[in-house]
Design a binder for this molecule. Structure first.
Ligand code: FES
Length: 164
């Protein structure tokens, strides 16, 4: 046996062991990089209510508009600065579906009369808090809304919006 080759108890030389360890590290690193690349280039996996939903292309939503996405049970508001916020249509009083009433320029709950302004904040009636919101994500010029993760809030602020 050569002096520079050390034999381990299991019959694997130090050089072989280091070779295996290096190879395993490269494989693990390569696997992580591949997974990250796939995640980066894949579109958001859109599903139905309760999951990530595609609302439409950014350009389909006029600045200042309130858009009812019926299948997603939410309203997508494109604010004056071009950003987006998604309101769950469920009233924060007792859960009725709250429509946007264009003639009133507000959300008006038909059950007990709660009123919400264009930012979903309570302006009248028994509702205890603003309309809950869903996280919005913009990817490749399309708007996606995560209807599986409603966010409760006490008031509106700009951090709740997503820039286009
Ligand atoms: S459920 Fe909307 S006001 Fe009561």
């Amino acid at each position: 046996m050569n002096d520079h080759v050390q034999q381990t108890k299991g019959g694997v030389t130090r050089r072989q062991f280091l070779g295996f360890a290096w190879g395993a590290s490269l494989l693990a690193f390569g696997g992580e990089m591949t997974a990250a690349l796939i995640k980066f280039i894949q579109p958001v996996n859109a599903s139905g209510f309760g999951g990530m939903m595609r609302a439409g292309k950014v350009d389909e939503f006029a600045v200042g508009s309130i858009n009812w996405i019926k299948a997603g049970r939410f309203f997508l508001h494109r604010l004056d600065d071009g950003s987006f916020i998604a309101y769950w249509q469920k009233c924060t009083h007792l859960g009725c579906s709250v429509p946007w009433v264009e003639s009133e320029k507000q959300f008006h709950c038909p059950c007990h009369g709660s009123l919400f302004n264009k930012k979903g904040e309570v302006t009248g009636g028994p509702a205890p808090r603003p309309l809950d919101i869903f996280p919005v994500k913009i990817q490749n010029g399309e708007v996606f809304v995560d209807t599986g993760n409603p966010v409760v809030r006490s008031s509106f602020d700009a951090s709740q919006t997503t820039k286009a």
